[in-house]
Design a protein around this ligand. Structure first.
Ligand SMILES: Nc1nc2c(ncn2[C@@H]2O[C@H](COP(=O)(O)OP(=O)(O)O)[C@@H](O)[C@H]2O)c(=O)[nH]1
Ligand SMILES: [Mg+2]
Length: 322
C-alpha cells in the first residue's frame, strides 16, 4: 500500500466520520481531477451505497438575482430546525458564496458556518475534462456518503448548465421573479420542462398575482404525471419557505411512490458513466495518428469512415461495420 492510497483512505474515513475539513479537501481533489480524487470517490461511493437512506438532492435554478441564494439560506435554516443535516453546493463560475457574494449572503452563511450540521461549498469550473458537469455528481456522491440528509445545489440559470444540474437533482426548483417578461423567458429557455416546483420569489412585488396566474396556466397545459406546483416566497423574510418545503416533501413522496426516483437516479448514473467514458475515449483517440488521418481525409485520399475505423482500431476499439 503506497503512502498516497493510505492518505486517501484516511481522508475518506475522516470525511465519512463528519470531518468537514476532510470533506472539503476530498471535494477539492474531485474538482481538480487529482489522482487522489478517483480513489476517494471509490471509497466514498462504496460507503454511500451501504447507507440505508440516501440524501435528497434538490436543485435550485433561475436567473441571476432571482433570489436562489436567499432561498437556499432560508431552506437551510428551516431544514436545520427539523434536525436535518444539510449540504449546499453552489455551482456557479462567479462563486456566489465566496468572492462574488453580497455582504448579506456572507453574513447569513457565516451564521450557518458555525453549525456542524451544515456544509457549504462553491464549485467553479477549473477547465477540467468534463468540467462542472463531471465534478458536480461526484461531489454530490461524496456528500451523500458523508451522511447529509439534504443536498441543495444552486446553479445560475443560463445556458446548458441548468439542464446538466437538473439531471443531477431528484427535485428541481425553478425560481422566477414577478413580471411577464421573466416567466415568458423561463418558458422559452425550457426551464418549465425541468421544474418540479416553481417558485415566484420577490412576491412582495406588485406583478406577483399576474405571474402566478400565467405560470399556473402554463402548468395546466402539461400532460405530465407530476404538475409542478407554483409557490410564492419572499425569501428575505422567509415568507412562503415552509410552503416550499411542504411541496418539496410532497414531490419526494411522489418520486418514491411512482418509481420515478429510481428512474432518475439510474438515468443520472448512466449520464455520468457515459460522460466519463466519452472523456476517456476522446483523450485516447486524440494524438498524432488523428492528425495524420485528418490530413488524408482533407486531401481526399481517405474517406472519413475508413479513417475513424483506423483510429478506433489503433486504440483497440472495434466497431461493427455498417
Ligand atoms: N424584495 C425582495 N428582494 C429579495 C427577495 N429575495 C431575494 N431578494 C434580494 O435579491 C437580491 C438577489 O438575491 P440572491 O439570493 O443573491 O439571488 P441569486 O443570484 O438568484 O442567488 C438580493 O439583494 C436579495 O436580498 C425577495 O423575496 N424580495
Ligand atoms: Mg446566488
Amino acid at each position: 500500500v503506497s503512502a498516497s492510497s493510505t492518505e486517501t483512505r484516511v481522508l475518506a474515513q475522516r470525511a465519512l466520520a463528519g470531518d468537514a475539513r476532510a470533506l472539503a479537501r476530498a471535494i477539492s481533489w474531485i474538482e481538480n481531477g487529482d489522482a487522489g480524487g478517483r480513489s476517494v470517490i471509490r471509497e466514498l461511493g462504496l460507503a454511500a451505497g451501504e447507507r440505508s437512506t440516501r440524501a435528497r438532492v434538490i436543485g435550485l435554478t433561475g436567473a441571476p438575482g432571482a433570489g436562489k441564494s436567499t432561498i437556499t439560506n432560508a431552506l437551510v435554516t428551516a431544514l436545520r430546525a427539523r434536525g436535518e443535516r444539510v449540504a449546499v453546493l453552489a455551482v456557479d463560475p462567479s462563486s456566489p458564496f465566496s468572492g462574488g457574494a453580497l455582504l448579506g449572503d456572507r453574513v447569513r452563511m457565516q451564521g450557518h458556518a458555525a453549525d456542524p450540521g451544515v456544509f457549504i461549498r462553491s464549485m467553479a469550473s477549473r477547465g477540467q475534462l468534463g468540467g462542472l458537469a463531471a465534478a458536480t455528481p461526484m461531489a454530490i456522491r461524496a456528500l451523500d456518503a458523508a451522511g447529509f440528509d439534504v443536498i441543495l445545489v444552486e446553479t445560475v440559470g443560463v445556458g446548458q448548465a441548468e439542464v446538466e444540474i437538473a439531471s443531477a437533482a431528484d427535485s428541481t426548483v425553478v425560481v422566477v421573479v414577478p413580471g411577464m417578461g421573466d416567466s415568458i423567458q423561463a418558458a422559452k429557455a425550457g426551464v418549465l420542462e425541468i421544474a418540479d416546483v416553481l417558485v415566484v420569489n420577490k412576491a412582495d412585488r406588485p406583478e406577483t398575482r399576474v405571474t402566478v396566474r400565467d405560470l399556473k396556466n402554463m402548468v395546466a397545459l402539461s400532460s405530465a404525471q407530476w404538475k409542478p406546483p407554483v409557490v410564492t416566497t419572499v425569501a428575505t423574510t422567509s415568507e412562503g419557505i415552509s410552503g416550499l418545503i411542504g411541496e418539496l416533501d410532497r414531490h419526494a413522496q411522489w418520486l418514491a411512490e411512482s418509481g420515478e426516483l429510481d428512474r432518475r437516479r439510474r438515468a443520472r448514473a448512466r449520464d455520468e458513466v457515459l460522460a466519463m467514458a466519452f472523456g476517456a475515449v476522446r483523450s485516447a483517440l486524440t494524438g498524432p495518428l488523428l492528425d495524420t488521418l485528418a490530413g488524408q481525409v482533407a486531401d481526399g485520399n481517405l474517406d472519413p469512415h475508413a479513417a475513424s475505423e483506423e483510429l478506433l482500431a489503433s486504440a483497440g476499439c472495434a466497431v461493427p461495420r455498417a
